[in-house]
Design a protein. Structure first.
Lengths: 268, 252
């Protein structure tokens, strides 16, 4: 018992020094189990390859240049789609959050279209725009847009009215109140919206690439299915998880720590 | 020289739940002179916060008029500084930038407004907290920031809406003493809303008692300054004035 406690506290101290460790260690038993199942030979190797084969496939595909190209394609699609979604979503959310009329008119429409999930648009988009970048971009922008708009509205409405009043009675014009009070006050929610939007967008992208794609991680996985290469499918799945972890832990979480948590608007 | 004049001020609003019009403020006339400290007391629902919100320009009034230096007010403005019960500090700005916010809106350059903010922070004994964020401060310290943030903008009149209601009793007494000291140094015109009778008497030159949306009575407070609780708590004049006002409020 004592040894367990001591090793736990040693582990806690180590993760404080190397935060990356806390992300890796929990996967050790998962990988070990995977290794054990494959080594035990319960399933045929082609049906369930082990971690070593997947790592090998990673290096082969990277060496051939396929993986970097596909990864780049997927990420560029996500980033451009997310940028457009934010550029549309944040102003729209602020408008709906600040204007009672805009809210009354748009809210039912927003909820209606939110229910028509990204993939549900594909049949009609394929008829309208065909198998191409327009269809993909539309789906990603659509997917990112809703969480950003809805969370921005929520954020704008969560700013205490007294803060806007304080700013007004300190001489701020309505436009300055928007910039100095409404936007920073809504920022923690906007980041949450972005986080959700990127998460949904990432999933939608893979789905779209499977159906529409000629490149990208989703395409790679579906193409591998055609060739019966389970190794590449597993590799694609692992990359999806890893990439999301990197985006979330290295980009989004630090932004959250520097804003909402620092200001005491969000509890960590 | 009259700073602030309320003439037959009235506020009626429609209560959708009761399905009727409610007279929050019936007919209030009041003169506040420059440099005066006026406390407004009354039981809850007497309309005191409504009056303050109308003077601040946060809500429109339905009858009468509000004149500041002879001119009718129109919406919120920097000549009427407000201190809120909820503090209403900007959590994403440091204490320094909170206090410098008014000057910033006037277009004062950064170096200059930092100087102003530091001067006012020193007035409240908060120089050490300049670079902290509001959520890192205690409630009492936050409201000190709230007071000097309003003062740093040199308002013609300072409107305070139960500013010390949400801090603990000991801190409240300290804040009251500090407020009287700052008032003596700077002589701002203050309208102070409270439901706490001893607080109203302790701070003010004059206490206005409200009841059911009307001015019930007014009491001059001629207690000597500087005022500190250790002296006043046993002071006969203070006790007499407090009980006089308390009886008015209780009968209201």
């Amino acid at each position: 018992m004592n040894i367990l406690l001591r090793s736990w506290s040693a582990y806690t101290r180590m993760t404080l020094r190397w935060p990356g460790l806390a992300a890796i260690v929990p996967f050790i038993p998962v990988i070990a189990l995977w290794l054990a199942v494959t080594e035990a030979g319960i399933f045929p190797r082609a049906f369930l390859p082990g971690p070593v084969e997947v790592v090998k496939a990673f290096f082969t595909l990277t060496y051939k240049g396929i993986l970097p190209d596909y990864l780049q394609d997927s990420l560029l699609r996500l980033i451009s789609g997310a940028a457009v979604g934010m550029a549309l979503g944040i102003p729209l959310g602020v408008l709906i959050g600040t204007s009672r009329w805009a809210r009354r008119i748009s809210w039912p429409i927003l909820l209606f279209f939110q229910a028509i999930g990204d993939i549900a648009w594909l049949p009609i988009l394929l008829i309208w725009f065909g198998f191409g970048i327009t269809t993909m971009t539309f789906v990603i922008v659509y997917t990112v847009l809703f969480p950003v708009v809805l969370n921005t509205v929520l954020g704008v409405e969560s700013v205490p009215p007294d803060m806007a009043r304080a700013a007004r009675s300190l001489g701020a014009s309505r436009a300055r109140v928007l910039w100095e009070v409404t936007l920073p006050g809504a920022l923690p929610n906007i980041i949450t919206g972005l986080r959700n939007g990127l998460g949904y967008g990432w999933r939608a992208l893979i789905a779209v690439e499977i159906i529409v794609g000629t490149s990208g991680i989703g395409f790679m996985m579906f193409d591998a299915r055609r060739a019966g290469s389970v190794v590449e499918i597993l590799l694609g799945m692992i990359i999806l998880g890893l990439l999301w972890y990197i985006v979330d832990a290295w980009i989004l979480a630090p932004i959250e720590r520097a804003t909402g948590q620092r200001w005491g608007l969000v509890t960590s | 020289m009259k700073t602030l004049t309320l003439r037959n001020l009235a506020k009626t609003y429609f209560d959708p739940y009761a399905g009727a019009h409610v007279n929050a403020v019936q007919d209030v006339s009041l003169e506040v002179e420059q440099g005066e400290f006026v406390s407004v007391v009354g039981p809850s629902g007497c309309g005191k916060t409504t009056i303050l919100n109308m003077i601040a320009g946060f809500i429109p009034y339905s009858g009468g008029e509000i004149l500041l230096n002879g001119k009718p007010i129109d919406g919120p403005g920097p000549e009427r500084g407000v201190v809120f019960q909820s503090f209403a500090l900007f959590p994403w700005k440091t204490v320094l930038d909170n206090v410098g916010f008014g000057p910033k809106m006037r277009g004062v350059p950064k170096a200059e407004r930092d100087k102003i903010a530091y001067e006012y922070l020193a007035l409240a004994g908060l120089s050490h907290a300049a670079n902290r964020y509001p959520n890192e401060l205690s409630g009492g310290m936050q409201q000190r920031v709230g007071v000097v943030r309003a003062l740093a903008n040199h308002p013609d009149v300072l409107l305070m809406d139960e500013p010390f209601a949400s801090v603990d009793a000991q801190t409240r007494m300290t804040l009251q003493e500090e407020l009287t000291r700052i008032w003596q140094e700077r002589r701002p015109t203050v309208i102070f809303i409270t439901h706490d009778v001893p607080e109203a008497v302790f701070l003010a030159n004059r206490v206005v008692v409200l009841s059911k949306g009307r001015v019930l009575d007014q009491v001059e407070v001629d207690l000597p300054r500087p005022r500190v609780w250790n002296d006043l708590i046993e002071d006969d004049n203070f006790k007499r004035l407090s009980s006089q006002v308390l009886h008015m409020v209780r009968s209201a």
